[in-house]
Design a protein around this ligand. Structure first.
Ligand code: ADP
Ligand code: MG
Length: 798
C-alpha cells in the first residue's frame, strides 16, 4: 500500500507535472521548428554566398587563372563557419582550393551532384559555375554547424530559465489555490471527527461556497448528518421507551392486585412518556360500559372535570372506544374533530390528543388504557407502539394477578378445610382424653354434691351467709359436672340431649361476675393491678334458648381470658344488648371487652383451636374451644375483635326468643313423699359411700354399704330372703375385679325384681351409646343429684 500523501502535496505534484509536461512539449516543438528553419536559412545563405562567388569566378575559370580563382575564393573569409571551398574546372579537376593550405585529400576528388546536403556535422554543397549558358566548372562549399549549436545553447539557457520561473510561479499559484480545495475537505474531516468523537449530530460543516463539487460534498455530508441525527433521535426515543417498558413490566411483575398494577403502570407513563392524563377502565360485558378503575396519581386533579373519576361509567358509543373494545389500538390526533361524546368530553377538559389501548387476554378485551395529552398531534407512532405494548404487558400482569388471587382463594379454602379437619381431629382426641378425666372428676365431686344438697335441705338453721355460700358451691359443682360432661362430648358437633331452656342472660352475667370476683378483683389486687369492672346490662332483654351451665362456662372463660390479658390492670366491660340480627331476627349479645394486650394475627387465627395457648404452663388452650363448642351447639355466633396492644372484644350473639317461651321454665324441684327403703350402696370409693349413706339416711332410708363389687354381692346374697333383704341396690359401674355389670348380674340372678341402679362416672356417653348393661334398671351419672336419687328410689320401688 502506498503511503498516503496529502491533498496539498498531490495537488502540487499535479500542477508541477502538468506545467512541466506543457513546457516540455512547447520547448520540443519550438526546438524542432527552430532546427528545421535554421537549417533551411543556413543552406539559403550558403547558396546565396556560393552563387555570388561562382559568378565572380567565371573569369578565372574561363581564362584558367588559378591566382584569380584563389583570390575569389578568399571572399569566403567573410563567413567564419566555411571550413573548406574549392573550384573544379570543366573536366572536374581541382582548380583552386580554400584555404590555400588545405590538403587535396580533404576535398572531394571530383565534384558531386549540384545542391546542398548535411553530412557528418557539416553542410556541403556543389554550385555550378556558368557563363552565358556554358558550364565552366563547379564550386564546392563546406560549412560547419557551429552556428546552430551556438543558437541552441542559448535556447537551452532560456528554456531552463523559463522552466524554473514557471515552476516557481506554478508552485506559488497552486499553493495559493489548493487551499480552496483542501481547506473545506479538512473542515469536513474535522466535522466528521467531532461527530464521531462526541456523538454530536447537531454540528454541520460549512462549505467554501465557491467550489461547486466541494459545496455539493459538504451539502451531502450535512444531509447525511441530518439523517443520522434523526435516526439517532428515533433510536434514542425507542431505547428510552424500551427501558421504560422494561422498568414498568418489572414493577408490575411484583404486584399481585389489579389496582396497584394499574397504578404503577399509569404513574410511570405519566412521569416518563409523559402524558397529561391517564386512566385504566374495565369493561363490563353485560352493560357494555367501561367503568374507570384507576386514575393515574398525577391525573387525579384533572379526572373530575373530565367526569372520569374512579368508578365513573363511560358508555361506549360509536366512538373510538367501541373500536378499542374490538381489540384495536385507537389513536385520535385531534379529538376536536371527532363529534362523539367521549372525545368531546376530553376536548372540553383541554385534552386534544388521545390513545386508547385495549387490555386483552386471549383475544378477549377486558378493559382499556387511556392516555391523553393537551397538545394535538403529539403522539408519535413510537408512542402508540409503546402504549400498545404496555397495554399488553398490563393485561398479562392483570390476568396473572387474577389467577393469583383465584389460586389464593382456592388455597385459603383448602387451608380452611384443613384447619377444620385438624380441629375436628383435635376435638376427637380431646374428647377421648376428656372422657377418662371426667370419670375421675365426677367421682371426686360426687360427695361434695350430695353433702351440699343435703345441708341446704336439712339444716334450716343455716345462716344466710352459709346458705348463700352453699348455694354457690352447689351451682359451682353443677357447673363442674356440666363442664366435665361437655369436655367429654367435645368431639360431638351437637349434643342431641342438650336440653335448652329459656335463659335470662342478664341473670347469668350477674352470676358469673359474682362467681369470678376472685379472678377479676382479688387476684389482680394482690398483684397491685386494678381491674375496673363495668357492667352495662340492657334494661329489658329477651330470653334466649340455651343451656345455662354452658353459657355460664363460656362467659367465665371469656372473663378469665380478659383478665389474663390485663396483667397491668385495665377496664373489663361486660355488656348485654339487643341488636337486629340477620334476616330481621332479633339477637341478644353478650360482650366481654378488655383493654389488654390484644392478639396478633397468628393468635387471632388460632385462638379457637383446642390446646392453643400463649400462656405456657398457666394456660390449657381449652377456654375458647369450649366457648366455640357452646356457640355451635346454641346456633349462636362468636365474634372476636382484637388489635395488638389495644384490647379485645368478644361477643356471643344468640338468637332471641319471644315471650311465649317464658312459660316453659324449668320445673321447680319436687318434694317427694318419702317411703322407707332398705338400700344397698356398693362403691370402691369410701367418700362416695359416706356421702350416699348420709344423704339417704337423712331421707329416712336404711343404708347398708359395701366396699367393692364382690363385697356388695356378698352382702346382697347374705340378706336376700331375710326380712333384711334390700329393696334397691345402687352400684358403681367402674370397680376393680368385679364391676357394676357383674353386680347387677348377680343381683338379678337371685332376685330379678330388685331394682339395680348403676352409678357411673362415664356419664351420659354410656347412655348415648346404648351401653346400658342388661339387668340394670337405671343409670345415673356422677355426681348424683339428691333429687335424681330420690326419683329413682321412688319410681323403682313404687
Ligand atoms: P388459655 O386461656 O388457656 O390460653 P383459651 O382458649 O382461653 O386458652 O385462649 C387461647 C388463647 O387466645 C390465649 O392463650 C390467648 O393468647 C388468646 N386470648 C384469648 N382471649 C384473649 C383476650 N381477651 N385478649 C388477648 N388474648 C386472648
Ligand atoms: Mg382461657
Amino acid at each position: 500500500m502506498p503511503l498516503p500523501t496529502s491533498i496539498r502535496k498531490s495537488l502540487m505534484q499535479i500542477v508541477l507535472l502538468t506545467t512541466g509536461i506543457v513546457l516540455l512539449f512547447t520547448c520540443a516543438a519550438f526546438f524542432t521548428y527552430e532546427l528545421v528553419t535554421f537549417r533551411q536559412s543556413m543552406v539559403r545563405q550558403l547558396d546565396t554566398l556560393s552563387q555570388a562567388i561562382a559568378s565572380n569566378s567565371t573569369a578565372a575559370l574561363a581564362f584558367a587563372n588559378p591566382e584569380d580563382a584563389q583570390s575569389v575564393l578568399a571572399a569566403f573569409k567573410a563567413d567564419q563557419h566555411i571550413v573548406a571551398a574549392a573550384l573544379y574546372d570543366q573536366s572536374g579537376t581541382l582548380f583552386a582550393a580554400y584555404p590555400q593550405s588545405l590538403a587535396a585529400d580533404a576535398l572531394p576528388a571530383r565534384p558531386g551532384d549540384i545542391g546542398y546536403r548535411f553530412e557528418g556535422g557539416h553542410v556541403i554543397g556543389f554550385e555550378p559555375v556558368a557563363e552565358g549558358g556554358q558550364r565552366l566548372g563547379t564550386l564546392f562549399v563546406k560549412s560547419d554547424l557551429k552556428a546552430i549549436e551556438q543558437r541552441f545553447e542559448l535556447y537551452g539557457v532560456i528554456v531552463a530559465i523559463v522552466v524554473a520561473l514557471s515552476a516557481v510561479l506554478a508552485y506559488l499559484v497552486s499553493s495559493w489555490q489548493q487551499g480552496r480545495i483542501s481547506r473545506p475537505i479538512l473542515q469536513l474531516a474535522e466535522t466528521a471527527r467531532a461527530v464521531s468523537d462526541r456523538h454530536d449530530y447537531t454540528v454541520r460543516a460549512a462549505g467554501p461556497g465557491n467550489t461547486f463539487e466541494i459545496d455539493l460534498l459538504t451539502d451531502a455530508f450535512n444531509h447525511m448528518l441530518t439523517q443520522i441525527q434523526q435516526s439517532d433521535r428515533r433510536l434514542h426515543a425507542q431505547m428510552a421507551r424500551l427501558s421504560l417498558l422494561q422498568q414498568i413490566t418489572g414493577a408490575i411483575g411484583e404486584r399481585q392486585d389489579l389496582q396497584s398494577i394499574f397504578q404503577v403502570a399509569l404513574r410511570s407513563v405519566e412521569e416518563n412518556l409523559p402524558i397529561d392524563f391517564g386512566c385504566v377502565c374495565l369493561y363490563d360485558t353485560p352493560t357494555a360500559t367501561l367503568s374507570v378503575s384507576t386514575v393515574g396519581a398525577a391525573s387525579q386533579s384533572l379526572a373530575p372535570s373530565l367526569d372520569l373519576a374512579e368508578l365513573s361509567i363511560v358508555p361506549i358509543d360509536g366512538n373510538g372506544l367501541s373500536r378499542c373494545i374490538q381489540g384495536q389500538l385507537v389513536h385520535e390526533p385531534d379529538v376536536r374533530e371527532i363529534q362523539y361524546p367521549f372525545p368531546q368530553r376530553l376536548a372540553r377538559g383541554g385534552l386534544h390528543s388521545v390513545v386508547i389501548a385495549p387490555l386483552a387476554v386471549e383475544n378477549k378485551v377486558f378493559g382499556a388504557l387511556i392516555a391523553a395529552r393537551r397538545q394535538a398531534h403529539s403522539f408519535s407512532s413510537g408512542d402508540c407502539e409503546f402504549l400498545k405494548q404496555l397495554s399488553q404487558h398490563v393485561a398479562l400482569a392483570s390476568h396473572q394477578a387474577q389467577l393469583h388471587s383465584a389460586l389464593q382463594h382456592a388455597y385459603d379454602d383448602l387451608r380452611q378445610s384443613q384447619h377444620t379437619v385438624m380441629q375436628q381431629e383435635r376435638l376427637r382426641a380431646l374428647g377421648q382424653m376428656a372422657s377418662g378425666i371426667a370419670h375421675d372428676i365426677n367421682n371426686a365431686i360426687s360427695p361434695i354434691a350430695l353433702y351440699t344438697e343435703s345441708l341446704l335441705e336439712r339444716e334450716p338453721n343455716l345462716s344466710d351467709r352459709a346458705r348463700s355460700s352453699l348455694t354457690t358451691i352447689q351451682r359451682a359443682i353443677d357447673d363442674v359436672a356440666g363442664t366435665v360432661a361437655r369436655m367429654r362430648e367435645f368431639y360431638r358437633q351437637r349434643e342431641p340431649q342438650l336440653t335448652l331452656v329459656l335463659v335470662d342472660l342478664n341473670r347469668i352475667v350477674e352470676q358469673v361476675i359474682e362467681f369470678t370476683r376472685a379472678k377479676w378483683y382479688d387476684l389482680p389486687q394482690e398483684r397491685g393491678a386494678a381491674v375496673e369492672l363495668r357492667t352495662e346490662l340492657a334494661a329489658t332483654l329477651p330470653g334466649v334458648m340455651g343451656a345455662e351451665g354452658e353459657i355460664r362456662d363460656a362467659l367465665t372463660n371469656l372473663i378469665f381470658n380478659a383478665v389474663d390479658a390485663m396483667p397491668e390492670g385495665g377496664t373489663l366491660t361486660v355488656r348485654t344488648r339487643v341488636s337486629p340480627g340477620p334476616a330481621g331476627v332479633q339477637c341478644v349479645r353478650i360482650e366481654v371487652a378488655d383493654t389488654g394486650v390484644g392478639m396478633d394475627e397468628e393468635t387471632r387465627r388460632r385462638c379457637l383451636e383446642p390446646f392453643f395457648t400463649t400462656k405456657g404452663e398457666r394456660g390449657t388452650g381449652l377456654g375458647l374451644a369450649m366457648v366455640y363448642g357452646m356457640v355451635q351447639r346454641h346456633s349462636a355466633e362468636f365474634e372476636i375483635d382484637s388489635a395488638l396492644g389495644r384490647g379485645t372484644t368478644m361477643q356471643l350473639i344468640f338468637p332471641a326468643y319471644t315471650q311465649e317461651f317464658m312459660a316453659t321454665m324449668r320445673m321447680p324441684a319436687e318434694k317427694f313423699p318419702q317411703r322407707k327403703v332398705r338400700v344397698l350402696v356398693i362403691d370402691d370409693d369410701p367418700l362416695i359411700i359416706r356421702a350416699m349413706e348420709d344423704a339417704l339416711t337423712a331421707d329416712g332410708h336404711s343404708i347398708t354399704s359395701a366396699h367393692g363389687g364382690q363385697a356388695g354381692i356378698d352382702a346382697f346374697l347374705a340378706a336376700h330372703g331375710s326380712p333384711n333383704s334390700f329393696g334397691l341396690v345402687f352400684t358403681d359401674l367402674g370397680m376393680p375385679h368385679v364391676d357394676g355389670r357383674k353386680v347387677a348380674d348377680a343381683v338379678k340372678r337371685s332376685s330379678p325384681r330388685t331394682p339395680v341402679v348403676l352409678l357411673t362416672g362415664w356419664g351420659q356417653r354410656m347412655l348415648d351409646d346404648n351401653e346400658i348393661p342388661p339387668h340394670v334398671d337405671r343409670v345415673l351419672s356422677k355426681p348424683p343429684r339428691l333429687q335424681e336419687l330420690r326419683i329413682a328410689i321412688r319410681e323403682l320401688t313404687a
